[in-house]
Design a protein around this ligand. Structure first.
Ligand code: URA
Length: 209
């Protein structure tokens, strides 16, 4: 079971987005509020890929609108990139969570490898539609979705790498870094933020070439 049968043969983002709303390619649609498809211009030269929508994204139906998104916005601004000019999406398009023991809170749960692979056809469809010059992979789930499960962000972060031709029919420049949520959780948040920004600076430099 995966998303492939739900994907229309089109490069039109609005058609892809409306088809994704009805995706049943894995079970995550059952508990989530809605599919959170990518957002941003089709002409974007950079695509940023996160893990999966969080609680606020699931309610809003848009990627990176919660705390991790605010941190990403700030970091983008610090390297001279404009959120409205990049395409933001996630490796998995539904929020996976467990209910908190008490109260109504929903606690993020990392998607399984099977859920990541099931959703991968949507990410490939977005890559085909947007054709970015550079893909910024935010964290292990995004990186492993496109580069394989042996890819280690800790080892490869902040380097220019390539998504091989076999993935979407042409090689694409990429850069992996940590997920903005890991910066929020870091014991030394200022250092983690500076390192994240240093990685994004390299992405910005590559885009301005
Ligand atoms: N974390 C992600 O990976 N993506 C979002 O959209 C929000 C939080």
């Amino acid at each position: 079971m995966d998303a492939f049968p739900y994907i229309p043969d089109t490069k039109a983002l609005p058609r892809l987005r409306s088809a994704a709303a009805d995706c049943r390619g894995c079970d995550l649609y059952r508990d989530a509020e809605q599919t959170v498809f990518g957002a941003g211009p089709k002409t974007a030269s950079a695509m940023f890929v996160g893990e999966q929508p969080g609680d606020q994204e699931d309610r809003a139906g848009a990627p990176f609108v919660g705390p991790a998104g605010h941190l990403l916005d700030r970091a983008l601004g610090d390297v001279g990139l404009d959120r409205d000019e990049v395409y933001l999406t996630n490796a998995v398009k539904h929020f996976k969570f467990v209910p908190a023991e008490r109260g109504k809170r929903r606690i993020h749960k990392k998607p399984s490898r099977g859920e990541m692979l099931a959703c991968r056809p949507w990410l490939l469809a977005e890559l085909n539609a947007v054709r970015p010059e550079l893909v910024v992979l935010l964290g292990a789930t995004a990186a492993q979705s496109l580069l394989g499960t042996s890819f280690k962000v800790t080892k490869e972060r902040g380097k220019l790498i390539e998504i091989p031709e076999g993935v979407v029919g042409r090689p694409i420049a990429a850069l992996a870094t940590v997920h903005p949520s890991s910066v929020l959780r870091a014991p030394d948040r200022d250092t983690a933020y500076d390192e994240f920004v240093a990685d994004l600076r390299l992405a910005a430099k590559e885009l301005s070439r």
